[in-house]
Design a protein around this ligand. Structure first.
Ligand SMILES: Cc1cc2nc3c(=O)[nH]c(=O)nc-3n(C[C@H](O)[C@H](O)[C@H](O)COP(=O)(O)OP(=O)(O)OC[C@H]3O[C@@H](n4cnc5c(N)ncnc54)[C@H](O)[C@@H]3O)c2cc1C
Length: 380
């Protein structure tokens, strides 16, 4: 950690990436202000996997202990065939992951992860109800303009404003829109006492007849609930949204040809949320002068590897390291170092996630789970 350099950095978006960036940058002595369009921290979304690489990143940010305390620790990952129910491969997690990858895999509610991050951001650093409308930069800094007519000047800006990023649109006006993948994701939770014969403690992935079809289950809320994430091809689509109510009959129909164990599980889902899945190709640039993108704003990906938030957290660590000790005059150079360091790995994960074959056989876990972002050499 360095002493204060006097740089002020505006972060657009108080999601997982924006909060992690705020922690990483403030630990390096920068003054951070987070501009969030929502009126308060929301509790939307469902569950999330904090993979070993993400937890190691969080450990260095001082957040890992809370994540370990609040989350569940599946002892193993189980891969099952959708039709026969056969367990065709397993990967030991928990203590074994600690040995192999330097940290366990944790599952938790998204609001718990956000809560753990909130505990470590500088007090009063979030300005809620601030929806970014545009920005202009000059040689000395960046002027942020909000849709309520207010303006704010900072030395540099991090666009952590998610998949529909306004910052990215301002940097990349000519960019093609996101492409609908043809799949939707259903999300539901089930009290564990309703599925007594199911292995609720494991992280289980049912591999469907096509890569777009899968069911993933894992425990949340101290193993009182089982989280169900199920994706399927669809002939209709809708807007990307975290909160749309889905139709449980549609959910049941989508998995009608799955093994009895999986269908019995789906039958216990009383309600579901549904999200259309969109994809984008890796960007060839994440920065422009004093402005950089982070998280889903620059590398949105399908959820099949459960690495979107993990990559945003890794981004935050590298951002903090790249801007360490930099005053206002060298921030743009530091943002370039950040982007050059992060783009190869984030793009590889983004592309790998698209095909949904990763960890079908557990032998290739290390390049993702074993990555120590604190030890990664910064690009020269
Ligand atoms: C179904 C599903 C399951 C997933 N499961 C996992 C998982 O298990 N593990 C994992 O690592 N990842 C997972 N992901 C991916 C992960 O959720 C995302 O990658 C992660 O939330 C991205 O964080 P972010 O901070 O970049 O963006 P977001 O979480 O989208 O946050 C962006 C923030 O910016 C704010 N904002 C947007 N526009 C503006 C504006 N103009 N002005 C001000 N504020 C603005 C938004 O309100 C929001 O708070 C999953 C994704 C999906 C769809």
């Amino acid at each position: 950690m360095s002493g204060g350099t006097g740089s002020s950095i505006g972060i657009v978006g108080a999601g997982i990436g924006g909060l992690a960036a705020a922690i990483a940058l403030s630990r390096e002595g920068h003054r951070v202000e987070i501009f969030e369009q929502a009126p308060a921290f929301g509790r939307v979304g469902a569950a999330i996997t904090v993979s070993p690489n993400a937890l190691r990143a969080l450990d260095g940010l001082g957040v890992g202990a809370l994540v370990r305390e609040w989350g569940c620790r599946p002892p193993k990952r189980v891969n099952r065939a959708y039709d026969t129910g056969e367990v065709f491969s397993e990967l030991a997690l928990a203590a074994q992951a600690e040995r192999d990858f330097g940290a366990p895999l944790i599952t938790m509610h998204r609001s718990e992860l956000l809560g753990a991050l909130e505990e470590s951001i500088p007090p009063g650093s979030v300005r809620f109800g601030s929806r970014l409308a545009g920005l202009d930069q000059d040689d000395d800094g960046v002027l942020l303009r909000f849709d309520d007519g207010t303006e704010h000047r900072v030395d540099a800006v991090v666009g952590a404003d998610g998949v529909r990023s306004t910052v990215r649109q301002r940097l990349r006006a000519d960019e093609a829109p996101a492409v609908f993948t043809g799949s939707v994701a259903f999300r539901a939770t089930i009290p564990v006492d309703r599925v007594p014969s199911y292995d609720v403690d494991a992280f289980t992935k049912w591999w469907g007849p096509v890569p777009e079809s899968e069911i993933v289950t894992f425990p949340i809320h101290r193993s009182r609930e089982l989280f169900v994430f199920a994706s399927a091809l669809t002939s209709s689509w809708d807007e990307e949204s975290w909160t749309r109510e889905g139709d449980v009959d549609e959910l049941r129909a989508a998995f009608a040809d799955y093994h009895d164990d999986a269908r019995e599980l789906i039958a216990q889902c009383d309600s579901t949320l549904i999200t259309a899945l969109y994809d984008r190709h890796p960007l060839d640039s994440w920065t422009s002068g004093r402005v950089a993108l982070l998280g889903d704003a620059c590398h949105p990906m399908t959820p099949f590897m459960a690495q979107g938030a993990a990559m945003a957290i890794e981004d935050a660590v590298v951002l903090g390291r790249s801007l360490a000790g930099r005053g206002p005059d060298t921030l743009a150079a530091g943002l370039e170092v950040y982007a050059r360091t992060r783009m190869p790995r984030a793009s590889r994960v983004q592309l790998t996630s698209h095909s949904n074959q990763w960890l079908r056989e557990p032998s290739d876990a290390n390049w993702v789970y074993g990555h120590d972002i604190w030890a990664e050499q910064l690009a020269g």
